[in-house]
Design a protein around this ligand. Structure first.
Ligand code: GAP
Length: 447
């Protein structure tokens, strides 16, 4: 299944291997013409859900931050994975994932890494920091070291008081951000699931201590609802609770939202009660107060933070996997054939409608082009006049296009067109002049 999805992603321009012509760069991927639209639509839906409300503000912080940020956050000290090397084939493994890993020696295809470990081929585990280091300015010395951020969250924490005072928000309120994050993962795997460069969609909600568990519960429900409201199958989603003894030292509660990928359950978002850890640490390391002064109650406190931390790239992969369907579909001559269809929610679909002239004569191409010109300012549309109409439908099914509009001989008489819906394959006739209103309603796109 994963191979089919990776192959469709390449064939239809969703995702390409980074620097493919040079053999690729492990753990990095490029989004193609359809992929970038799907990714943007996911981020846009998240941005709307999170910031089109009065209690959340958005920001866009720099990727490079003061190095002390990462000392305060604990990343310099603790953001490590245990790593072992195979002395024989030189492959490198995460020591806590050996059970799932295969031997890196091509001569031993399919051999489990655990077997090599049992044979004593591995070095002792040593800690490896996952942050990418670089330098600011021309001198490559230790005073110039900065890191590519491994999470977007810190850009929010350090701007807490800037945003609070400039927007005149008072807890409970949140700050949301979408942006790139970088982790030098030891083993990248499963397509977009674990990569070295990825995007996060994070929101930190600042609340008065004592109200934190109430808000934690609220955000836990709300974030699950977001995935299902965009069509993700509820039976492929569940919560995974972090047991109290496995919680990060600063967390009071943590749940992951997991999706059932072809390789098993995998986290797509974490919801964490981070207590006052982050603001207290930044107060301690920067020497600047991070407390909120409540004018009305005349009290000062360090807010607790409820974090919702989703991967945009991982959500992309989950939406893609969830939408991928193979099924039998009837053909024009009464038989049936296999079709691959991406049942993406219309709001996420890269192309909203495709326009086809049934044949390339009798003025049908010209009418189709006029329809395309009328629709293009409102929706992402695609014109296709090549091949049998059935094949054109199949191409759009694979790209997840929810509507196909065909100009046929009846159009010449009454100016109506056929609109075929992707999932049900049902066709209805719609007046060409009413297409914008029809599509807008079906796509629920705000005017
Ligand atoms: N600020 C909290 C934080 O970053 P995390 O669980 O490390 O928490 C949050 O990451 C989300 O970011 C994950 O649920 C996942 O969707 C995404 N993510 C983390 N590491 C990733 C990687 N190497 N590749 C792709 N997505 C990743």
């Amino acid at each position: 299944m994963m191979e089919k999805i990776v192959s469709l992603s390449k064939r239809r321009g969703f995702v390409f291997q980074s620097s493919e012509i040079y053999g690729g760069l492990n753990g990095c991927w490029d989004y193609g013409p359809h992929g970038v639209e799907l990714l943007r639509n996911i981020k846009e839906e998240w941005w709307r859900a999170m910031t089109y409300r009065e209690d959340i503000e958005g920001i866009d912080a720099a990727i490079l931050m003061h190095p002390r940020v990462w000392e305060a956050s604990g990343h310099v000290e603790n953001f490590t994975d245990p790593m072992v090397d195979c002395k024989e084939c030189k492959a490198r493994f995460r020591a806590d994932q050996i059970e799932d890993s295969a031997c890196g020696n091509p001569a031993y295809k399919g051999r489990k890494a655990a077997k090599c470990q049992a044979e004593g081929k591995f070095t002792e585990a040593r800690q490896f920091n996952l942050m990418f280091k670089t330098f600011v300015g021309p001198m490559e010395d230790s005073s110039a070291v900065v890191y590519l951020r491994p999470e977007t969250a810190q850009g929010i924490f350090v701007n807490f008081l800037n945003v609070q005072s400039s927007s005149r928000q008072r807890p409970p309120f949140g700050i949301a951000q979408i942006g790139k994050a970088f982790r030098n993962e030891i083993n990248t795997k499963n397509f977009l699931f674990r990569t070295r460069e990825f995007e996060q969609m994070e929101m930190q909600f600042f609340v008065k201590p004592g109200t934190d568990m109430e808000w934690f519960e609220y955000w836990k429900q709300e974030r699950m609802r977001w995935f299902t409201s965009l069509g993700m199958r509820a039976d492929r989603l569940h919560y995974h609770e972090h047991e109290p003894d496995k919680l990060a030292h600063y967390a009071r509660a943590a749940f992951d939202i997991e999706y059932l990928f072809p390789f098993g359950w995998g986290e797509i978002e974490g919801i964490h009660n981070r207590t006052d850890f982050d603001l207290s640490r930044h107060e301690q390391f920067s020497g600047k107060t991070q407390k909120f002064f409540d004018e009305q109650a005349k009290e000062k406190y360090t807010p607790y933070i409820i974090e919702t931390s989703a991967g945009a790239s991982r959500s992309f992969m989950a939406f893609l996997v969830d939408a991928y369907t193979e099924e039998e579909a009837p053909t024009a001559d009464g038989k049936s054939e296999q079709r691959v269809v991406l049942r993406l929610h219309p709001r996420l679909a890269p192309i909203k409608a495709a326009i086809f002239p049934l044949v390339n004569r009798d003025g049908m191409p010209e009418i189709s082009r006029n329809i395309e010109t009328a629709l293009r300012p409102h929706f992402r549309v695609f014109f296709d006049d090549s091949g049998a109409v059935g094949r054109r439908y199949r191409r759009q099914d694979e790209a997840g296009t929810p509507f196909c509009i065909t100009v046929d001989s009846q159009t010449l008489q009454d100016q109506t067109v056929t609109v075929r819906e992707r999932d049900s394959m049902k066709q209805v006739r719609v007046a060409a002049g009413a297409l914008i209103a029809y599509l807008r309603e079906r796509l629920s796109v705000a005017p």
